[in-house]
Design a protein around this ligand. Sequence first.
Ligand code: 13P
Ligand code: SF4
Length: 302
Amino acid sequence: MSFQQIVNRLKEENEVLLIAHNYQRGEIQDAADYVGDSFGLARKVAEMDVPNVVFCGVDFMAESAVILNPEKKIIHPEPMARCPMAAMVDIDRLKRYREENPEAAVVSYVNTNVETKAYSDICCTSSNAMKVVRSLEEEKVLFLPDKNLGNYITRFVKDKEIEVWEGYCGTHDNITPKDITDLKELYPDAEVIVHPECRPDVVDIADHVGSTAGILKRTIESSSKRFIIGTEVEMGHRLKKESPDKEFYFPGNPFCSNMKMITKEKVIRSMQDLEPVVTVDEDLIEKARIPLERMIEVGRGD
Ligand code: 13P
Ligand code: SF4
């Protein structure tokens, strides 16, 4: 039996659906009921008419699904698949900042743990970060933890005083302008599209900047035939699937080892046993839901 056939059988037997981020292994994306960016994933679980959802992504994505859908069983095939950026917030420093700056709004990227969300006013994803910041009444903003996404926003939002945390994503931060220009020499007609987690000097030489869903949309709509893509390399699977006649080139090998910890075997085990179930601290769940729901109300940005 193929992986897809096993997955289909387990979906029926165990009333379970499969959801995957755009950086998941190609075979898992192909078997999933929904594949998307962080924003799409955060919204999609609520629409799934089943009691169990196997969530293929990193920890903060699965936790957000629990926070927004406490009545559903969210199963994460590999609990060790954790986004390192989410651990880059020192919670005591954040609490101190709140005490010392009561007039400021705290905007946290969804790539954060539950406790950080609980101390935030509103969350955002890379898709709607700009829209979220612009929606705030407060003039003073603390944006955390991604310095690159935060600095990207400050290029456009000029009427707010935005302080940016020092976190980053190694997968994106390692992409250099030279990686891009080397590819551009080989493919001068290629359009350059990068994720806002990339460094400012990489953003400077891009034709477009967007979330993984934004990148997908642009490649579908563009008349270009070649693209240099500044994001995790598995994104190429999704891009090629939607535009088989186009070519995609990745600078270096931007690889998220955490995303790849989820394998076909682990997905089958999770769909069979409906384990490991994601749990979130009961005291924090109610507080963390407020900024996530506020973010969903603001809506998608790209
Ligand atoms: P997206 O929200 O664009 O899917 O990004 C998530 C992520 O982890 C990027 O590294
Ligand atoms: Fe986290 Fe970067 Fe992996 Fe995205 S690509 S999950 S930000 S480590």
